[in-house]
Design a protein around this ligand. Sequence first.
Ligand SMILES: [Mn+2]
Length: 664
Amino acid sequence: MVQEKKSKAWIARPQDPKLVARLSEQTKVSPILTQILFGRGIAEPDKLVSFLAPPSLARGLHNPSKLPGCREAAAFLADAIRAKKKIVVYGDYDVDGMTATAILLQGIRVCGGDAIFYVPNRLEEGYGLNCDALRLFKETENVDVVVTVDCGITSVEEARFAKSLGLQMVITDHHTPIVDEKTGRQILPEAVAIVHPKLEIDGFPPYPFPEICGAFVAFKLVWQLGVEMGTDGVKTSPEMREFLLKAIGYAALGTIADVMPLQDENRVLVRYALNNSLVEHLPLGLKYLVETASAGKPKKLTSDDVSFVIAPRLNAAGREVLNEKTLEILKKGQQGKDDRMTSGPSGQDEQSEYEKAKDDWELGKKLLEHPQPLAAAGQMGLARLGVELLITDRPDRANELAKYVNNLNQTRQKLEQRIMKEARALINNEETGYADDPAFVLAGEDWHPGVIGIVAGRLAETYSRPTVMIALRDPDSSSGSARGVSDSSFNMYDALDSCSQYLTRFGGHAGAAGLGIKQSNVAAFRAAFCDYVANHFAESDYVPRVYIDCELPLAALTPQICHEIEKLAPFGADNPNPVFVVQGLTLDSIRAAGANANVLQAKFRQRQTTRRAVCFNHVDWIQELERLHAENALAKYDVAFNIAYNDFMQQVEMRIVDWRVSRQ
Ligand SMILES: [Mn+2]
């Protein structure tokens, strides 16, 4: 077996007890919050105070007129709306793309515009604008104007094609534009206007905080459109103001799902959304979705609820886990198993995978046939159900869609678990020899291209090795997903670039990328890729890190501290939930809890004080701690954890992030 648990490097954030004490006194902020913020580089009194009490929306959000291209786009759209032109909002199939679509579509409608929406099918059409869809808009829907959200900035060819059809284009996006290697200038698609936080326009100052998501860009455009359509050119109509307060909720979902840094106006946005928009104006579909997923009435949402409950479910629709082709593949996989089953153990679980998917797909088709805001295309996939879930105000439809999307997520999870199992079997099979490779290149015949990325990410983290997963479908071009190891300097894009002679296409970033490959080239690609990794990925790159905010005695873990820590929320990228450490703990008890015995429950002790501890995602630690505890009940441990207040148990608990046998 391949070694999985690597001990992580614990890295303490900067400390300066004297300075922190002075800051705390000056600002009246508790010493613990002051230490945490100081450790994260917020050391000036006014910044510290404003982080804990962010400014109002009016002062905290940058005016949309500062966003490059926003005024031009809004003026053009206002004219188009007044001229009764037909507008299509062209979105994307992930949460940011869906929420951006919901914002702009409804925003245009609030202004009295005639708008429909389109979300491409991930597996058939892929990311960004595509020419077939553009032609459909023109020929069957009489569309005049196409506005992209969360995509389009690199669609130079497609924009030219749209122009040749007589379509007017507005591009709104936040992805990195193409840069001309020689001149260093951005290569942009031809459009009436381009709205983009990183757009370089001569004489126009750069946007104050360029790290905003596609939905936030769409929000700014609607805000500016509201100003443009208003009577005095300054104020928006009361209907528009009402809508913008609701739209903040959508923009926050996109921000969290796209893992944007929760600083500056993103923090203002997400905080306001979680405290207000997503409470007072929670879209019906999301209310039902949270109810379905957590089997209860939704309480106030947290950023974790968005990341782990809402986003995966909406994304499941966008992954196109179900369609005719997927079913064919599942059926083939099923037949393969049936053949093997004649001599092997029965595969009851597998038996149901195809049948269940078939039923789900039949239902999906029925839902898609329901009268839609967009009749434009027969080829639009299930992602459009995600957008509809976000915007419908019909309770029956909202409920139906929420249940369906939840169901899709379960199908996605099942596929993922099966592929994970098969991938691990390949790794641990001595005949393959993969266990000794510095990176994994794995290929499977009935793997789903919409799910392999998630599995590759899990494997890369579990084994600390760059991982490429290939879904062998088409002998001439099978698609693959590649994931690097977080906290490492390894660059996946460069690695693929170095092996590009074996690929039919590739693209992406340092951490994640996609590729196309001929089946006959998989073995050669594996060799070349592993070679590259062996030469460019140092052993020290493999060590995952945990950043420690503060060390405490166990007795300091009180409900008051939990309350203090909540002031730092919402947590997410660039503003993680604080990690505390208590050293030299003994273990009073340890057990496996939960329906699948996969929840670690323990009680730790330091002198007379005991505290409950839990961990939800490390089954392996249960056995390891049980073994250590059985060997020596007095052994001491250092534990790194997030602090949480368990409402049900009415006590503080430690959510274990990492642990080690104490070195004291
Ligand atoms: Mn995005």
